[in-house]
Each structure stands twice: as C-alpha cells, then as structure tokens.
Design a protein around this ligand. Structure first.
Ligand code: NCC
Length: 276
C-alpha cells in the first residue's frame, strides 16, 4: 500500500472515523428503559468547547516524569481505566475531565468499579470490543463483556455524573485505517483504550498533547505507573494492535522528537483544525 502523507492521514482519520456516543435514539437503545439511563445531554454539550487537551497513558514510564503540572495546565485531561491520581500528582497531575474505561473493567472488576471513589470524578465513557464492522444490534446481543447491567447500576447510584457508552462503530473505522497504512497484517482486534481516547480528544479539542503513549527515555517494562508489574506487552501490545497505533501516532505527530524523548509528549491537532 502506498503510504499517505501525514496530512492526508489526518484527513482520513477526520473523515472516516465517526466518534459518537450511544444516544437514546440509537437502535436497540431506543426503549423507554434505556432513556432513563443514557445521559440526556450530548458529550459535546457536556464538555463545551475545549482548547488544549491532554491524554495521559497509564505507562510505567510516567513514573518520575514530573509531568503533573504540565498535564494539569490543559483545559481537559483524559485518563484510562483504573489509573489513579491520588499519590501520583507529581507525575500525572490531578485533573480528570474524562475517564475512558473498557467493558472488562466495568464487568470483571464490577465491585471495585461501583465502589471506588476514583471513578466518581469527571465524565465516564465505557467502550466494548465489537465484532468487525458489526451492526449495533448484533453487538448489543453479543458484547465482548456484558457491561450493560453494571452500567445501569452505576447510573442509578450516580445519576448526576455524565457517563457515556462509546458507539462501537469507530473501532473498526479506525482499525481499517491502521491496516491500510501498515505493511504487515494486523491482528483483527480493536485498538487500545489509548488510541480510542486520542481520537475522542481530537474530536473535542483544538489541540491534543499525548503523554507517554510513545515512550520517552524513561521507557520501562513496568506496565503501569501505579503498579509494580512487569510486562513488555503493555507497551508493545498483544491483544490490541498497540505497535501499529504507535507507529501511526508517531507519523502524524506535529511536535518534535525531542519532546517525545524527554517528555513522552506528542502534539496532535484537533479535527476542527485539520483542513483537507
Ligand atoms: O493497561 P491499560 O489498557 O489500562 O492502559 C491504558 C492505555 O495506556 C496505554 N499504555 C499503557 C501501558 C503501557 N505500558 N503503555 C501504554 O501505551 C495503552 O494505550 C492503553 O490502552 C486498555 O486498553 O483498555 C488496557 O486495559 C487493561 C485492563 O483491562 C485495564 O487496565 C483494567 O484493569 C488491559 N490489561 C489486561 O487486560 C490485563 C490492557 O491490555 C489494555
């Protein structure tokens, strides 16, 4: 496949990846029961116009980064799954505007998810791996993890906290672009939460800084900044096509290699600043 220029690739991402949240008018969710649970306001209305945004990966290389202040200087900060801020402010900051969680966490770790105060800050978004380009109805019948009951429980106990379900169609729209721009065959699994979070922020913000998705000089086999667990697959990928995601993000980075090396920092334009 002929490689697209970074500018063309940004246009493909802008035009072909539809970042939307499930709404009460969507397919199997258009029931009176679901109307009680899905947020009434759209994500756009909830966050308003965002200028500078930060996406904070959960990588071990954030440890001792002292990036906390810089991260908190953004208008909005997106974090993933159970990544804590308490006790780690110096390295990852304390602001959480959006927390993107996978359906495995919401289902398998349901008790913690429903109980831990960590999840009560900011806007929550949950996503679940869908079959390749499946209709939303098909996915609804066979989600990877059946997180819907847990979602409803959370909504009942925290009705004021915005909590969205990511429309699964974007996963495969994004995966197709990853595949088209890679020389190798990519495993047919959806992109990581990290890559999905980057796309969400590019949709909402003028400019996006991503921290330690592309590893800095602090690169380590330690999986997360908040755990003492070693696994290279956390950085390189196993289930998720993480390596391909990182190659793509490196290719469209508008910041310097020096920023990556010292801060693990990538600069991406918001889609409203991409002109095709
Ligand atoms: O580890 P996880 O990811 O929660 O990390 C969030 C995102 O940060 C980026 N990352 C993380 C670690 C690392 N060393 N380098 C990185 O670049 C990745 O982009 C990653 O997506 C996930 O994507 O949802 C994932 O979730 C975990 C786990 O389910 C949650 O942490 C909840 O406990 C998965 N781990 C396992 O299933 C064991 C992980 O594969 C993907």
């Amino acid at each position: 496949a002929a490689k697209l220029s970074p500018e063309k690739l940004l246009c493909q991402l802008r035009d072909r990846v539809n970042v939307t949240m499930i709404q009460g008018s969507d397919g199997p969710f258009d029931t009176s029961e679901w109307q009680q649970y899905l947020p009434g306001k759209s994500l756009n209305e909830t966050v308003g116009h965002l200028g500078r945004c930060a996406v904070v990966s959960s990588a071990g290389s954030l440890k001792s980064s002292h990036l906390g202040q810089e991260i908190d200087s953004h208008d909005a900060v997106l974090r993933f799954n159970g990544a804590p801020v308490k006790g780690f402010q110096e390295d990852v900051g304390q602001k959480t505007t959006i927390r993107l969680v996978n359906s495995q966490l919401v289902t398998v770790e349901e008790q913690q998810f429903l109980r831990e105060a960590l999840y009560n800050t900011g806007i929550l978004i949950v996503w679940d791996p869908a079959p390749y380009h499946a209709e939303i109805h098909e996915w609804y019948r066979k989600p990877d993890y059946n997180f819907f009951e847990s979602y409803k429980s959370y909504r009942s106990t925290h009705p004021e906290q915005p909590f969205y379900v990511l429309n699964p169609k974007m996963q495969w729209q994004l995966w197709d672009i990853l595949q088209e721009n890679s020389l190798e065959h990519i495993q047919p699994n959806p992109p990581s939460s990290g890559m999905l979070g980057i796309m969400i922020m590019m949709t909402l913000c003028d400019e996006v800084h991503v921290y330690e998705f592309l590893p800095s000089k602090r690169q380590t086999d330690i999986c997360h900044y908040y755990q003492k667990f070693h696994d290279r697959a956390c950085t390189m990928g196993a289930y998720h096509p993480l390596l391909f995601e990182k190659n793509l993000v490196k290719y469209i980075n508008q910041g310097t290699d020096e920023d990556i090396y010292t801060h693990g920092k990538v600069t991406l334009p918001g889609f409203r600043n991409v002109h095709c």
